[in-house]
Write a protein that binds this ligand. Structure first.
Ligand SMILES: *Cc1c(COP(=O)(O)O)cnc(C)c1O
Length: 393
């Protein structure tokens, strides 16, 4: 066997957080443990029927069997623009301000290749979705972590960014409603973000994956609702979370037309776009009945109650998240993120995500995902209450 030297950019790249967790689960299952995973944020409920039906119909049409356009069908981009108009009151030109992605994750990873030269600084929230740093590192960029804490509602305080770093930074990622913390942001925070970006000439990338997963009547805003946002940034979105379509791989980036064009040009050199039948199915999701989404939210609300009540009984004092299907909680006294996750798995067969998997500053926390069957979630909490003993905070 020849020994191949991995490229430097790959050598130090850790396996993706959930690839590790999947290995752990597999090992436990092999030992015969009935594992309940509250780890991965991946809707357990099926894609609504009318969306699946559209895929079937379009899959049979030979017109969809050839290479699609890499930026996506105009009708798909129009559906995204219509969604923005209806949902956020934001006007987008589907020809120049919308690009189709094969899931928003790839666009989030690829955008760094468009705007970072080797060594360029990018501001990344810590804790945060691991793809922001992963993409930046692959592109040769240098992440600078913005520590976000409970005291500041898990939002960066731009006044704390050292002036030389702010001046050097080329890009900034933000994400509200937030994975993993469940934090939300209002328009005032987005206005501060626009001002900071203008002042320092920074490209803002807002990840809006969870705009539709919100509770108690709360409607998360788009970054693009704020005047001037389109001048400084783009927003990523996806049908994955609202329509239980994580397996289908389709999303979008919208906003600043030159940035949208640049991402589209990069992608046209790498992929050849998403299967048109999937684009048609996503259009159905965005423009068809939203009843299934509403039903889903009601189910997540029930599960959120099970988790919040369970944690409260065990001694946690937390506010329920207003959005996302995550509950972010501090570990009890005497534990680290890892030791708590390991102890929970060992004693109960329940998988939780250690907070330090989202960045060093996530240390001391863990994340529970609501994307597991309600009965299994109840069973998980019954096991936690029975087997964890007295916890101190
Ligand atoms: C799930 C998720 C995404 C989107 O995933 P895709 O399926 O690739 O569209 C993006 N950002 C965050 C923070 C997520 O949790």
């Amino acid at each position: 066997m020849l020994q191949f030297q991995e490229a430097a950019r790959i050598k130090n790249l850790p396996p993706y957080l959930f690839a590790r967790i999947e290995q752990l689960i597999a090992a436990k299952k092999e030992q015969g443990v009935d594992v309940i995973s509250l780890g991965i944020g991946d809707p357990d409920l099926p894609t609504p029927d009318h969306i699946v039906a559209e895929l079937k119909k379009e899959a049979e049409n030979p017109a969809n069997h050839q290479y699609p356009s890499s930026v996506g069908m105009l009708s798909y981009r129009q559906a995204v623009a219509d969604f923005y108009k209806q949902r956020f009151g934001v006007k987008l030109n589907p020809k120049t301000e919308v690009v189709t992605l094969m899931g928003s994750k790839e666009g989030i990873a690829h955008i760094s290749f468009c705007y970072l030269n080797s060594g360029d600084v990018i501001l990344i929230p810590d804790p945060g979705y691991p793809v922001y740093a992963g993409g930046a590192i692959l592109a040769g960029g240098q992440p600078y972590n913005l520590k976000v804490t409970a005291a500041n509602g898990f939002k960066p305080n731009y006044a704390d960014v050292p002036v030389d770093i702010a001046k050097k930074a080329k890009m900034l990622f933000i994400n509200y409603p937030n994975n993993p913390t469940g934090a939300t942001a209002d328009l005032k925070f987005f206005e501060e973000t626009v001002a900071f970006a203008k002042e320092n000439e920074i490209l803002v990338c807002h990840d809006l994956a969870y705009s539709e997963i919100a509770f108690d009547g709360y409607r998360p805003p788009s970054f693009l609702e704020v005047p001037g946002a389109k001048v400084v940034g783009i927003e990523f979105g996806s049908v994955s979370k609202p329509y239980n379509m994580t397996g289908w791989r389709i999303g979008w980036a919208v906003g600043h037309p030159e940035v949208v064009e640049s991402l589209g040009r990069l992608k046209s050199n790498i992929d050849s776009g998403q299967f048109q039948a999937i684009q048609y199915a996503a259009i159905k999701g965005l423009t068809g009945s939203q009843q299934a989404l509403e039903d889903n939210i009601a189910i997540y609300e029930q599960r959120r109650k099970i988790v919040m009540d369970g944690l409260k009984e065990m001694g946690w004092h937390l506010e329920a998240p207003k959005a996302t299907f995550y509950v972010w909680a501090p570990v009890p006294k005497g534990y680290t993120s890892t030791s708590f996750a390991e102890d929970v798995l060992e004693k109960t067969g329940v998988v939780i995500t250690p907070g330090n998997g989202y960045g060093d500053n996530g240390e001391g926390y863990f994340r529970i995902s609501l994307t597991v069957a309600t009965e299994r979630l109840k069973e998980a909490f019954a096991r936690l209450k029975k087997n964890l003993g007295n916890l101190e905070f």
